[in-house]
Design a protein around this ligand. Structure first.
Ligand SMILES: Cc1cc2nc3c(=O)[nH]c(=O)nc-3n(C[C@H](O)[C@H](O)[C@H](O)COP(=O)(O)OP(=O)(O)OC[C@H]3O[C@@H](n4cnc5c(N)ncnc54)[C@H](O)[C@@H]3O)c2cc1C
Length: 327
């Protein structure tokens, strides 16, 4: 179905629906996508929409459905690699109208385009804790719930792993037909960097956080500072990248049994600095591929395939990709 759609020239009707969006200022053509991702590679989307309200989102979704063209959702593009041929369909990013928040007692309700680090700051300012894990993740609320992002956080006493699902209470999402849905957290399945949200678009989320005294909030703020410092020391935070490229494998046997993560495995395979064109395995953290300037998507993908092939050949480990390809 998708392949047929991609290979067919759009009919007048198909273009008509999208032209109508364009005329109403809700979509435009030929939008380069590289600047909308943190890896900064790849081509253009045939069509681009950045709705700012739920009504605009609904209008765009219904037009895309009528037009029958593929749809790609982007958050902050911090876990996406866009192919050099771009995207032959409509790429949709929730606009700044979805970057809102509201504090309700010990709950924070946030729009799907709200950035996680900002939300960590807002939580602390409002004497709410448990959201420290998100302080250094350059993603949106919507993208991070969809992919169940996670990292080391702070529980008031110690640092521990936490993820987007941990304090989530409910979500508002739209299906591809433009229908609004309210979902309790228990209606969504979450696992390591995965959710069952599928094709839904998250426009709003409610997190129930931990109330803090001013003294505790100070300790949580200090913990955030330490988490950010550790990130700066251990990750290429100032380079163009898509974060961790591979999921952490469970290595129980073979020559590299006991490696704690994909980064350690790749480092032990001697692949730090390994490159393809202008893309390289980071010298700081081997689970990151960095765009050294002027990289193409082909450079990044060739490097990914090369690392996967070496991990399989040398260590018998199949690396699973965490970053997603848009093509
Ligand atoms: C320097 C750096 C550090 C990082 N550190 C971490 C880390 O510690 N832990 C971690 O888990 N990740 C990390 N990442 C990866 C990335 O930031 C997270 O995966 C983040 O949650 C992705 O959110 P996003 O808004 O950028 O989504 P995108 O990358 O834009 O999209 C990711 C997926 O989510 C979907 N999506 C986006 N928005 C929505 C929406 N509103 N509704 C439904 N689906 C949507 C997209 O279609 C896509 O499939 C890091 C990345 C970088 C560059």
């Amino acid at each position: 179905m998708l392949l047929e759609q991609l290979s067919e020239e759009p009919t007048d009707d198909v273009v008509g629906e999208l032209l109508m969006l364009e005329r109403n200022g809700l979509a435009r053509r030929n939008q380069p996508l590289a600047a909308y991702t943190t890896m900064r590679v790849g081509g253009a989307a045939d069509w681009w929409a950045e709705p700012n309200t739920e009504e605009e989102l609904q209008t765009v979704l219904r037009a895309v459905r009528e037009a029958g063209v593929p749809l790609q959702i982007l958050g902050a593009g911090s876990n996406l690699i866009v192919g050099d041929d771009g995207f032959h369909g409509l790429a949709l990013k929730l606009g700044s109208g979805f970057a809102w928040h509201r504090v309700e007692g010990h709950r924070i309700v946030a729009g799907g385009a709200m950035m996680l680090p900002k939300l960590t700051h807002i939580a602390n300012q409002n004497l709410l804790g448990n959201f420290e894990w998100a302080c250094g993740i350059p993603g949106t609320v919507g993208g991070s719930i969809w992919g169940n992002a996670g990292a080391r956080g702070f529980n008031g006493e110690t640092f521990e792993s936490r993820d987007a699902a941990a304090d989530l209470e409910s979500v508002v999402a739209y299906d591809r037909d433009g229908n609004r849905q309210f979902l309790w957290r228990d209606e969504i399945q979450f696992s390591y960097r995965r959710s069952s949200l599928g094709e839904r678009i998250v426009t709003e989320a409610t997190f129930a956080l931990r109330p803090l005294t001013p003294e505790q909030a100070k300790a949580h703020k200090e913990a955030t500072t330490q988490l950010l410092k550790r990130r700066r020391e251990t990750q290429p935070v100032n380079a163009s990248s898509s974060g961790c490229i591979w999921q952490n494998p469970n290595i129980e046997s073979g020559p590299l049994a006991g490696c704690r993560g994909a980064g350690e495995l790749i480092e032990k395979l001697g692949l730090k600095g390994h490159s393809s064109g202008h893309a390289a395995i980071s010298e700081i953290h081997a689970n990151f591929i960095v765009n050294m300037g002027g990289a193409t998507s082909e450079d990044v993908l060739a490097l990914m395939s090369s690392v996967e092939e070496i991990a399989w050949r040398e260590a018998g480990v199949r690396l699973e990709r965490e970053a997603r390809l848009v093509s």
